[in-house]
Design a binder for this molecule. Structure first.
Ligand SMILES: Nc1ncnc2c1ncn2[C@@H]1O[C@H](COP(=O)(O)OP(=O)(O)OP(=O)(O)O)[C@@H](O)[C@H]1O
Ligand SMILES: [Mg+2]
Length: 368
């Protein structure tokens, strides 16, 4: 029984500091997985806790299906236990004195589900998370990854309208994290539950999310498909956070629709993609990924000559520090050969669809 979640103009102001959530609106369609991605302190957990009813929003409306569960302006605040939401946290919140089956059955006991029906539901939940053969084991005899599966089965067993997961993989070792990450999406999709998944790991966000909402300082900067987040970051922070670590300052020469030209402070002219229009003459920053640059290639547009300052060989890839446009850029090339050595010149091409121009630049920002 999956339902749509609507969050409208959500604000949460704690007694100290600036708003933890500052006018955030988004919708999660029935059966959709939306990942909230952002650095520590950006408001991910607070958003989840407001949806769950564990935190009281300052203002805004939260609805699940047809129910308004929170609307402070109208005095509406449905208690958490009536919202029918499943939650999985970072810590393995399992009961150590119980078996796997007893843990998973617990919410049904609480809901006074008849015994036969409860057993069938527990069996199904254990099967979905791949723990059928561990049913009678004490949970303390499980690995961390298995304990998180128990927590997941326990929050799915009563068929919640909504599943909230807050960094459920962050306590696991790297190998287990990768395995469970792939399994999690399959499990959530199989139950067709509407889900919000919180993480600060971009790889997790891309694998798990139908859409990703990138947050910073209590704001939702962009909510879009993983492909759009990676290919059309709407904001410099989103570009940086998803790996576009190179930045070049300049000013806009022309901009029409989503294309235009930026002149760097060194005088070079670069064709770039503009997620939002910027007026000619305004300062702009071009951001791009280290792997977007083509080395040793000349093209009709955006081709320049750079100097190799340093190179670091990683076996399957090499990272080059190049001097160009009066500054430094980092370029990553997938290859098991070092093709260019420090001290040499190299032609480079910067494909304009992967060069994103944003309003303002570092010089302007540092004056704020
Ligand atoms: N109970 C509280 N009282 C006061 N401030 C709080 C409280 N809980 C959270 N905050 C503040 O709200 C902001 C958002 O916190 P939140 O826990 O939602 O961040 P987060 O994105 O989940 O971060 P992390 O990745 O570290 O878990 C932070 O500035 C935090 O200090
Ligand atoms: Mg958090």
């Amino acid at each position: 029984m999956s339902e749509e979640l609507r969050v409208e103009n959500l604000r949460k102001v704690f007694s100290v500091g600036r708003p933890a959530i500052d006018d955030v609106s988004f919708t999660v369609a029935a059966g959709e997985i939306v990942v909230l991605l952002g650095p520590s302190g950006c408001g991910k957990t607070t958003t989840l806790r407001c949806v769950a009813g564990l935190e009281h929003p300052t203002s805004g409306t939260i609805s699940i299906g047809r129910d308004i569960v929170s609307a402070p302006a109208r005095g509406v605040l449905m208690p958490p236990r009536h919202r029918n939401i499943g939650m999985v946290f970072q810590s393995y919140a399992v009961w150590p004195h119980m078996t796997v089956r007893q843990n998973v059955a617990f919410p049904l006991k609480h809901r006074k589900t008849p015994r036969g029906e409860a057993k069938a539901k527990v069996d199904e939940a254990l099967e979905i998370v791949g723990l059928s053969e561990y049913a009678e084991r004490p949970v303390v005899a499980l690995s961390g990854g298995q304990m998180q599966r128990v927590a997941l089965a326990r929050s799915l067993v009563y068929q919640p309208r909504l599943l909230l997961l807050d960094e459920p993989l962050s306590n696991l070792d790297a190998k287990l994290r990768l395995r469970l990450r792939d399994d999690l999406r399959r499990i959530i999709k199989r139950t067709n539950v509407t889900a919000i998944y919180v993480t600060h790991d971009q790889a997790e966000a891309v694998v798990l999310g139908d859409r990703i909402g990138v947050m910073r300082d209590g704001l939702m900067l962009q909510l879009a498909s993983p492909r759009d987040i990676y290919n059309q970051p709407a904001d410099l922070f989103v570009a940086n956070f998803t790996g576009a670590s190179n930045e070049i300052d300049g000013k806009v020469i022309e901009c029409s629709g989503h294309e235009g030209i930026v002149e760097t402070t060194s005088g070079a002219r670069l064709r770039a993609t503009f997620p939002a229009t910027i007026a000619a003459g305004s300062p702009a920053t071009i951001a791009f990924r280290p792997e977007a640059v083509r080395l040793g290639a000349s093209d009709a547009i955006n081709s320049f000559t750079a100097n190799v300052v340093d190179c670091r060989y990683h076996g399957t890839q090499t990272i080059y520090d190049l001097s160009v446009f009066g500054g430094r850029i980092e370029v990553l090339e997938l290859s098991t050969e070092i093709r260019f050595h420090p001290g040499s010149e190299v032609p480079i091409t910067l494909p304009h669809t992967a060069m994103w121009a944003y309003a303002g630049n570092a010089t302007a920002r540092s004056q704020h």
